[in-house]
Design a protein around this ligand. Structure first.
Ligand code: SF4
Ligand code: SF4
Length: 357
């Protein structure tokens, strides 16, 4: 790990230089929100944001993605043969990834890159990408990253971590990918600097600004059936309108649907983000729907993130504490409250002691 200090001018020239080797994405202000966009010539990432409305998930895993093309023209030799669409493999760099969002990529990798199954679309885009993180100097009141496996200065999932201090950029180069990025930005030969004490001070202040926490310590000890049958699901789901916003904005939600679209004699097979909050998601061709009721769908979302994933991987919850689903749910359903209810659910007396902060 190398630690260097970059001033504003070096930062600007470095980002501009890196664009000759990478497709560079960064946060850009769009109306009232920030979104990740490809940066054009002389366009700098705007780092005056708390977090983007949508996470950078879609850069690696687009909301709609063509996977195959095909023809149904019987006169052609390739009739009904699926042809794989070329994947993105040219280098990309995402500047300004917040530590919570950075952790979402190793979490999501568990789904797309397994010993039994490799999703080449996701893996190629992920491997082509360098993640340049931006530490949070202060947290929003809906952030609970410190109880979701990371923190405002978390490094997991990042190749470089930038810590902003006034006009200075303290830069931690974490991985060989990060070194290659620093080299292309012209920062590779910069002297290592001892700014450890200053970084520690900023980190302590940032962690102290995270005012929200959730309790997760007892989730593993509960049985699936006890939580599944808990009496609070109908009440918690009552206000939900099944809009799917919580899943679309979530960096760790990965569900998709596959559709064939034929126009004349040619067609595409594409995948589109889907959501466990939609009734059609589990609707069988027979007409049967195993999650026909709203509370069953809401329960699925929280059981997946806070129980099934916890049991399967034994490495924390499938949530990075970014708070987007809390901020954007139109009816104020709050994962912190539900997580605490699940964690503190007393099977014997059928009581829940919510301790949400
Ligand atoms: S954002 Fe809120 S209302 Fe919409 S599906 Fe999610 S929990 Fe339900
Ligand atoms: S569940 Fe909510 S808080 Fe957790 S990662 Fe997803 S959007 Fe963020």
């Amino acid at each position: 790990m190398k630690l260097i200090k970059i001033d504003q001018q070096n930062w600007n020239t470095g980002i501009e230089k890196a664009k000759s080797a990478y497709r560079v994405f960064g946060p850009v202000k769009e109306k009232n929100d920030y979104e990740f966009k490809v940066l054009g010539t002389n366009e700098m990432p705007d780092l005056n944001f708390r977090n983007t409305r949508l996470s950078p998930k879609s850069i690696i895993y687009p909301q709609s993605q063509v996977m195959f093309t095909y023809s149904i023209d019987e006169t052609k030799d390739d009739c009904r043969i699926m042809k794989e669409v070329e994947n993105v493999t040219s280098p990309m760099a995402i500047i300004g990834v917040r530590p919570c969002d950075a952790l979402s990529f190793p979490i999501v990798r568990r789904n797309f890159d397994t010993p039994e199954y490799q999703d080449t679309y996701w893996i190629k885009a992920y491997e082509a990408t360098t993640f340049v993180g931006l530490a949070c100097n202060s947290a929003c009141d809906t952030c609970f990253c410190t109880s979701a496996g990371t923190g405002p200065f978390g490094e997991k999932g990042l190749d470089v971590l930038i810590i902003k201090d006034g006009d200075d950029f303290y830069t931690k180069i974490i991985t060989p990918k990060g070194e290659a990025f620093a080299e292309s930005a012209g920062w590779g030969k910069k002297e290592q600097t001892d700014i450890t004490a200053k970084i520690k001070e900023l980190k302590t202040a940032a962690e102290a600004s995270v005012s929200s926490t959730v309790s997760t310590d007892k989730l593993k000890n509960k049985t699936i059936l006890d939580l599944y049958d808990a009496p609070f699901w109908e009440e918690e789901a009552f206000a939900c309108i099944n809009c799917g916003t919580c899943t679309y904005v979530c960096p760790t939600c990965w569900c998709f649907d596959v559709q064939d679209e034929t126009h004349g004699k040619s067609g595409i097979r594409m995948r589109n983000w889907d959501s466990c909050m939609f009734p059609l998601f589990t609707h069988h061709a027979s007409g049967h729907n195993p999650r026909n009721n709203k509370h069953e769908r809401v329960r699925q979302r929280f059981m997946h993130k806070l129980k099934y994933y916890v049991d399967k991987y034994d490495s924390g919850i499938q949530c990075v504490g970014c708070g987007r689903c809390i901020r954007l749910c139109p009816v104020n359903i709050d994962i912190r409250k539900i997580c605490d209810k699940m964690n503190n659910f007393d099977t014997e007396s059928c009581k829940c002691e919510a301790t949400s902060s």
